[in-house]
Design a protein around this ligand. Structure first.
Ligand code: ADP
Ligand code: MG
Length: 328
């Protein structure tokens, strides 16, 4: 495969943003930042056999997810995504058409959020495929949705439903079986094609104050991060956790609570804001048809995340979410 030929094939035929001064084809990309906005940038890497298995996901699904996980990080900063760059290490086991499919997966999401591919790097490797995506966005300079912004008395909220993605992974890995095919497809789709919560991130960015985190390593883990960074405690109610009907239907046979609390890759947003702002946030989400749920409160007690169960028992929630350095 010729590298230049490949770059030409993945080069977009149009740009969404006129602020792109120099796109793909030169030594570096150039864009004009918007006045009075901060630039927001993040990067994430996916490694074949660590973050995805080629026999379980199509190249298009892998590409989609590589961009989605980055968009999710920008969502958690309240930012609007604008540009992305892709660095790819290609082994001989991947054909050119599979690589084009990988880009088509990113393209699908890029079109949805109007994100311009403005550069990247292409190398070969004797090992497995590695794809690194960098996303650049912008947020109004006064906005700060950092993890250290939670305060005693805040409402803790979460978007969408949690646990679906890790249940979907368990289906894919054949750890669980004999499930209704419609439910199986729903869960697998939630794992392979997560929604980046850009719209909610933007709604939250307009609140006076909010802390925000995207759920990549599981709710328990993200809540602990908020608690550590803000030096506060959190108490959530098990009964208030938003669980999809599909996941709920499995509760007789499986420990769905484990998926909801510790299962990773939901890419929903979890955060905190004042009681007044919560009312506004709930209203704004309702108007946009976005599901958002209050799951608990921020407390003064430093560094402690607690879960109150149905029987009013309170247990401490440790991180123990999915962590790529432990196990898989
Ligand atoms: P250089 O040698 O100056 O780094 P390259 O040949 O690596 O140039 O890249 C040429 C152009 O193609 C640059 O604009 C670069 O950003 C872009 N590019 C290279 N690889 C990729 C890729 N995998 N995806 C998207 N753009 C790429
Ligand atoms: Mg290069």
């Amino acid at each position: 495969m010729d590298e230049f030929d490949f770059i030409n094939k993945v080069k977009p035929s149009k740009t969404y943003h006129k602020q792109v001064v120099v796109g793909i084809g030169d030594d570096a990309a150039v864009y004009k930042p918007t006045e009075s906005f901060n630039q927001v940038i993040c990067v994430d890497t996916m490694v074949e056999d660590v973050h995805f298995l080629k026999h379980l996901s199509s190249p298009k699904e892998i590409g989609y997810k590589a961009l989605a996980v980055n968009l999710s990080d920008l969502a958690a900063m309240g930012a609007v995504p604008l540009y992305y760059l892709v660095s790819i290490a290609i082994p001989t086991t991947w054909t050119e058409s599979e690589l084009i499919e990988l880009y088509l997966g990113m393209d699908e999401l890029a079109e949805l959020y109007q994100v311009d591919l403005i550069g990247g790097d292409t190398v070969s490797t004797s090992a497995k495929l590695i794809i690194t995506v960098t996303v650049i966005g912008e947020v109004e300079a006064h906005v700060k949705t950092t993890r250290n912004s939670a305060k005693d008395g805040d409402i803790v909220f979460v978007t969408g439903t949690i646990g679906d993605s890790s249940a979907g992974l368990s289906v894919l890995l054949e750890e669980i079986d004999q499930i209704d095919p419609t439910i199986e497809n729903y869960l697998i789709n939630r794992h392979k094609k997560p929604t980046a919560r850009i719209e909610v991130g933007r709604i939250i960015s307009q609140l006076e104050r909010a802390s925000l985190n995207d759920i990549s390593d599981g709710l328990a883990s993200e809540l602990n991060e908020l608690s550590e960074a803000s030096e506060i405690g959190i108490i959530i109610n098990e009964e208030d956790l938003p669980i999809s009907e599909e996941l709920l239907s499995l509760h007789d046979r499986f420990d769905i609570k484990k998926w909801a609390l510790f299962g990773g890759e939901d890419f929903e947003l979890v955060g905190t804001t004042s009681q007044d702002a919560w009312e506004k946030l709930k209203h704004n989400c309702l108007e946009c048809g976005i599901s958002i749920t209050k799951i608990g409160y921020v407390t003064k007690k430093h560094d402690n995340v607690l879960l109150r169960n149905k029987n009013d028992q309170v247990i401490e929630l440790k991180k123990s979410g999915y962590n790529h350095f432990k196990g898989k």
